[in-house]
Design a protein around this ligand. Structure first.
Ligand code: G3P
Length: 218
């Protein structure tokens, strides 16, 4: 299972990349806006830190302008993945860029039907938003299960399922159970994965018992 970090915060990306756990980065216009920095410069910096796919999203809604924006963004670094919305024009852009060898992440996917379209358009990644579905009282992970089942029926569907809008470690574990290819999670959720109270209390006891021996390994 690949781990992407869902943030545009350069310090967070550097910190997590140092653990060796980060396979890629996803950003979106809302995350970029929080940084108050020139977007293209920010993305260039992120691409220096992480060698895996870095998603940078186009902001136009029409095919021609999205293509122009994608052309600017993909020149920033070789690991840029162009993020496009799941619309008719977005999928046209997906098809055009994929056929030129550019990685594409189709975002804002909320149904299995949309995921089928993304696969047919040759997307490298499709991003179903599980948290936003959960917010509506719809089971987001059920969507991941459905997409996995459909994609597995067709060898020609090479699109990777990138679970997005992740809100908890539980989402990551369930994505693993289903066999999603990638999970993108905010830094806070990735850090939550490390923790368990029994790990903390166990470590405390080990340290106390070791201290009683008066020994040192070094
Ligand atoms: O990057 C897209 C997605 O992960 C956004 O998540 O929490 O804003 O629904 P959220």
């Amino acid at each position: 299972m690949k781990f992407f970090v869902d943030t545009a915060d350069l310090n967070e990306i550097k910190d997590l990349a140092a653990t060796g756990m980060v396979d890629g980065v996803t950003t979106n216009p809302s995350l970029a806006a929080k940084q108050g920095m020139n977007f293209k410069e920010l993305i260039a910096e992120v691409c220096k830190v992480v060698s895996g796919p870095v998603s940078a999203e186009v902001t136009a809604l029409d095919y021609e302008t999205m293509m122009k924006e994608a052309d600017v963004l993909r020149k920033i670094a070789r690991n840029i993945t162009i993020k496009v919305p799941l619309t008719q024009d977005g999928l046209k852009v997906c098809r055009a860029l994929s056929s030129e060898g550019t990685m594409v992440n189709v975002t804002l996917c909320f149904t299995c039907g949309q995921a089928i379209l993304a696969a047919k358009a040759g997307a490298t990644f499709v991003s179903p938003f599980v948290g936003r579905l959960d917010d509506l009282g719809v089971n987001g992970m059920q969507l991941i299960e459905d997409i996995r089942m459909v994609y597995d029926n067709y060898d020609s569907f090479k699109t990777q399922i990138l679970v997005a809008s992740v809100r908890s470690p539980e989402h990551i574990i369930n994505a693993g159970r289903i066999g999603a290819d990638v999970v993108t999670a905010p830094p806070k959720v990735i850090r939550q994965l490390y923790h368990h109270p029994l790990t903390d209390s166990g470590l405390k006891t080990f340290a106390e018992d070791w201290a009683k021996t008066g020994q040192s390994i070094l």
